[in-house]
Each structure stands twice: as C-alpha cells, then as structure tokens.
Design a protein around this ligand. Structure first.
Ligand SMILES: [Mn+2]
Length: 380
C-alpha cells in the first residue's frame, strides 16, 4: 500500500481527484431503470445468499486483485452491509498495474493483504471472481460462498455458489444482485463495477453476455465517467517510456508481421502496452513483443488478421517449450529460461526474434495465412 500512498500524492492523481469532485456536482441521477428480468429471477437467490450471513458478523472476501474482482468484492460488501458488521476484502497478490493502483487510490478502496490476516478472526469466507482452487492459501479451508464467471476447473461443494462462465465479468453478476436487492449503488461502487466490466470485456470487444451490457447500462449513469477515463489513462510509469524508444529502434517487420525483443523488462505489462499500441499501426496485422522477466521469456502476441488465430498458433508452436495460448486476436507465451536454446539467453535481440519467427512459421501456414515466399527476417 506504500505505492498507493506515493501514487495518491502525484500531481496527476490530485488533479484527477479535483476533477472527479467537480464532476460529481454536475451529474445527478434522476431516473431509475425498471428492474430487469434477470434481477427478478435472482430475487430468490438473493434471499438464500443473504441467509448465509445471518449470525456471521465477521466476513472475509478473498480476491486476486484485478478491477473486476475488486469491484465485485465491494458490491458483495455493500450487499451484506446491514447483516455483517465487519467485512474485510483481502487480496493474495500485490497490485502492480498502474491502472489498478489508480482505481484503488481514486476510489479509496480499502483492502488488506491476506498474509496479514488470521482466518480464525472470521466467521465466513467468500470468494468473488475466482474459485477455491485458484488460491493456494485456501488449502483445507472451508469456503462458504463463491460468485464467479470463470469456467469450473475443480468442483467444490460451496454452500452457496453462482458460477456463470457465460458472463464477461463477475461485476455483471454482482450488479444483478444489487438490482435484486433494490440497492442504488453509490457513485464509487458504480464506477468500480463499470471499470470491472470494461476491463474484463476489454471494452466489450471480448466475449460478453447480454447481462454484461444490461449491467453496464444500469451502472453507467450512476458512475463517474471522468473518473473512469482517469483510471484508464494512468497506464505507463514514466521510467518505462524508454522501452517505447527501444521498441521502435528494434522493430523488425516482415510482410505484415512485426517483431520486437526488449531484453530485460520490469514486468509483462510494458510488453502488453507496446503490443496493443503497435497492432493499431497501419500495415501491421501481427505483432510479437518479447522480453525477459522473472527468469522467463514472455512473448505477447496481438493480431488483427481475420484469418489468423494467434491463440491457436502460439499454443501449437510454443507449447512446449513453454506455456502458450490465448484468443483469436491476443495471446501470450511464457518460456522458462532453461527451456530456451542456450544462444538466446545471451540476449541478442535479433537472435530471439529469429527464433520466435521460425517457431511460428508452420503454425501460420496451417492457419490459412498465405504461404510466405519473401526472404525471412533471419537466415533459414
Ligand atoms: Mn473477472
């Protein structure tokens, strides 16, 4: 949380807070939407859910802290406000992404590190946006409640659970419960939930359900859209600008595929940011940005070619030696240093790029991309 404090003091964030207050004065919600069909359906589920909290004053909500789970946990806390006197939201991994830190700071979200929490101090353990087997810390612990949208990978007999993989975000599910409980979310909560849905659906460009759209349209008029913008804009730590320069210097383009290798990087986030930026450049429809971080080679892929499924290609050509996969337009590979050919570990950017390009080639042919007749980036 020390980083939070530092961030909160930055002039940009202070300016953002002032803007947010100004904006709050301007928007007042006058109308409320009729309760949706989904909300009516979940009314009886809501009753069952709230029953769990009877006689359970001390509640622990455990999350892996990304915007969707933070917002979902806030919503659950709000739902049980009148039943449980003490609700603590705890996370099991340090928050690193700047947007997530900005969300926590700008929305004044209070959370605790699970390492500093004693489970015995709580009467009920709840999970939002994740399941029991995701959290090593929960081995042998009893979990009462699980609200999630990930596929079930290991069934567990929760006394109450609602796991809906068709939803784009857990925030959409929690919004449904808020509606069923006839709770008007505060501006802070509505903003958090909107941001959760925005992030998990990548602004509705990924798999979404009608419920995600309905939840968003219910929440958005109650949210602070300037604050939403501000959270999103804090993306790149100043010292990391140097990777942009390096990326442009090292960019290698062959037919419409671009490759960049950045040596050591502080984390995978900067690779993601650069890949997301360059896939928007005209003339590039496939990008691979790689770097060494945490003793592995991480490669971030983006594609905008309608006939290329980069998730499948990455999986087919890079696993093994690493773990690789993703969606049609975005994918990721992580390869442990020991699993790489020795000459790549020395860090010659061109050698790394050649290796990646050659690995991908058979996969690209299979995916229906035109056969490549021009000379490659590297000697064949
Ligand atoms: Mn989620």
């Amino acid at each position: 949380m020390e980083t939070n404090a530092r961030l909160a003091k930055s002039p940009q964030i202070r300016f953002d807070k002032v803007m947010a207050r100004e904006n709050e004065k301007k928007c007042e919600i006058k109308s409320t939407m009729p309760w949706s069909e989904a909300a009516r359906k979940s009314a009886s589920r809501l009753k069952d859910l709230l029953k769990l909290f009877e006689g359970k004053p001390r509640v622990l909500i455990l999350i892996r802290p990304d915007p969707d789970s933070i917002a979902g946990a806030m919503a659950l806390k709000r739902l049980v406000l009148r039943r449980s006197a003490q609700v603590v939201i705890a996370y099991d991994e340090e928050i690193k992404r700047l947007q997530n830190l900005a969300m926590v700071s700008l929305l004044k979200i209070r959370m605790a590190n699970i390492a500093q929490i004693a489970f015995k101090d709580f009467d009920l353990l709840a999970l939002v946006d994740g399941q029991r087997n995701y959290f090593p810390v929960l081995a042998r612990r009893k979990v009462t409640l699980c609200l999630d949208h990930h596929p079930v990978t290991e069934p567990y007999p929760y006394p109450f659970s609602e796991i809906r993989p068709e939803l784009g975000a857990a925030s959409s599910l929690l919004a449904e419960y808020l509606q069923a409980a006839r709770i008007q979310p505060s501006r802070r909560l509505a903003t958090a939930l909107c941001y959760g849905i925005k992030t998990d659906t990548d602004n509705f460009s990924r798999k979404v359900d009608q419920q995600d759209a309905m939840a968003f349209s219910w929440l958005f008029p109650r949210a602070d859209y300037l604050l939403l913008q501000n959270i999103d804009q804090v993306e790149i730590p100043f010292p990391e600008l140097k990777y942009f320069q390096l990326a442009l210097e090292r960019l290698r383009v062959k037919r419409r595929a671009a490759f960049i290798h950045l040596d050591q990087v502080p984390g995978a986030d900067i690779l993601v940011i650069i890949a997301d930026f360059l896939i928007r450049v005209q003339g590039i429809d496939l990008i691979a940005v790689s770097g060494f971080e945490a003793s592995r080679l991480t490669i971030i892929f983006r594609s905008s070619h309608p006939r290329t499924d980069i998730g499948k290609i990455a999986h087919a050509t890079l696993e093994p030696p690493g773990i690789a996969g993703g969606h049609k337009f975005m994918a990721r590979a992580e390869i442990a240093l020991q699993a790489l050919p020795a000459e790549l570990r020395a860090g010659d950017a061109d050698k790394v790029i050649c290796w990646i390009e050659q690995r991908l080639r058979p996969g690209r042919k299979q995916s229906g991309a035109r056969p490549d007749k021009r000379p490659g980036l590297c000697p064949t």
